[in-house]
Write a protein that binds this ligand. Structure first.
Ligand code: HMG
Length: 391
């Protein structure tokens, strides 16, 4: 039975800051951000976007009424969740009007959460082939103004509909995973910005890639030549380039050139969005599928998922015939092209806005043309709106 990705949706907020301008404001050479990190723009969420609204905005356009009735498992992978107790997936389930006879959970392990969700969804659908599962990765990456990680912030969500007979890609049963207790990146409950040992985290990311890549080849009797492309978790796109370069000594010259060309397509969207934590790998996959005209049905794509702390996984998927007909490339490009550019000062103001924590009522300005938004707080409860409520 083939199980995999039937549909993919994407959302990123409608504001960004230009990385060259941010570099100038921070007194560093623009080349450091543009080439050294491989980032051109950084998505900035207004206070009216949180992981719940971004998840809904990513999923709404891909779901038909029939999908909503068939979905009986909703998983939101996030490490910027809004509640210590209640799952973001419950809000999402309600806002999207999904079948009430559904399981809804939140999955957390840094940037690995959505991969754990996706594999759980595959197992669920294997046991209940008539079911559909909705997996959404949704995160806001925050390190703090003028912090060492500031240039690797971002915000956005990627939604994946997991079904039998998928129209985009089959998820192969070949995953290998590895866990080790390390302190490369974490966020204590009392902090709304991440703590990070930046250079150590990049070393561990590559170290864990080696561990799961070697185990993947051995377990599945596969080699680099069996993969037409590889997507990586992209906290910033240069990180993926370093990861690819670690694998390339195993490739012939021709294959190395081809893998590098595919990689450029796989980092295109991420370069303009920044780190979206658990969605970054899936944004990279979407970028590859949308932007790459050389791939074809039957091609096998490797995926490297890394979540600090840390858990790593390497698995592959195989493209389905006609997968190109089930993508929304023009919409994704328009979303990125139509964003509002913020000055660094305006980005700093937006970054510093906070929600009330004393239970008092707060009303938030709504944006035009955004389907799902946080419109306020009252007695510690978030108030959401959908576009039809706004009309
Ligand atoms: P840094 O100290 O700001 O930068 O830290 P740097 O000095 O390492 O320079 C970065 C690159 O720019 C270097 O290239 C420089 O040579 C180059 P590299 O040697 O690495 O190839 N450079 C220039 N290039 C062109 N022109 C110039 C120029 N100047 C310098 N003029 C760091 C960078 C990424 C560590 C920092 O931004 C950070 O801490 N970010 C957050 C942590 C992170 O993203 N880690 C990635 C691995 S861990 C992970 O992926 C998990 C994560 O997503 C969280 C989760 O799992 O939830 C983070």
């Amino acid at each position: 039975m083939e199980i995999g990705i039937d549909k993919i949706g994407f959302y990123t907020p409608s504001y960004y800051v230009d990385m060259a301008e941010l570099a100038e404001a921070r007194g560093v050479e623009p080349g450091k951000f543009l080439q050294g990190l491989g980032q051109s723009k950084m998505a900035v969420p207004p206070i009216s976007q949180d992981p719940v609204t971004m998840a809904c905005n990513a999923a709404q356009d891909i779901l038909t009424d029939e999908d909503k009735m068939a979905i009986d498992y909703v998983i939101v992978g996030t490490e910027s969740g809004i509640d210590q107790s209640k799952a973001a997936a419950i809000y999402v389930h309600d806002l999207l009007d999904i079948n009430p006879y559904a399981r809804c959970i939140e999955m957390k392990e840094a940037c690995y959460g959505a991969t754990a969700g996706l594999q759980s969804a595959v197992n669920h659908v294997a046991r209940h082939p008539e079911s559909k599962a909705l997996v959404i990765a949704s995160d806001i990456a925050r390190y703090g103004l003028e912090s060492s990680g500031e240039s690797t912030q971002g915000a956005g969500a990627v939604a994946l509909l997991i079904t039998t007979n998928p129209r985009i890609a089959q998820i192969n049963d070949d995953a290998v995973y590895y866990t080790g207790d390390i302190m490369d990146f974490w966020r204590p409950n009392y902090s709304d910005t991440a703590k990070v040992d930046g250079h150590y985290s990049t070393v561990k990311y590559l170290d864990y890639l080696d561990k799961v890549w070697q185990a993947f080849k051995e377990k599945n009797q596969l080699a680099l030549e069996d993969l037409q492309a590889v997507c990586f978790h992209l906290p910033y796109t240069k990180m993926g380039l370093k990861a690819l370069r670690q694998l390339l000594p195993e490739a012939t010259d021709d294959q190395a050139e081809s893998l590098q060309a595919h990689f450029e397509n796989s980092r295109y969207y991420n370069r303009y969005v920044g780190n979206i934590y658990t969605g970054s790998l899936y944004l990279s996959l979407l970028s590859l599928l949308d932007q790459d005209s050389q791939l074809q049905a039957g091609d096998r794509i490797g995926l490297y998922s890394y979540g600090s702390g840390a858990v790593a996984e390497f698995y592959s998927l195989t493209l389905m015939p006609g997968y190109q007909d089930h993508l929304a490339k023009a919409d994704h490009e328009a979303m990125l092209a139509n964003r509002n550019r913020l000055s660094v000062a305006d980005y700093e103001t937006m970054f510093s806005q906070t929600l009330n924590v004393d239970g008092s009522k707060q009303e938030l300005a709504a944006e035009a043309d955004v389907a799902f938004q946080l419109v306020g707080l009252d007695q510690h409860k978030r108030l959401y709106s959908r576009r039809q409520d706004n009309n």
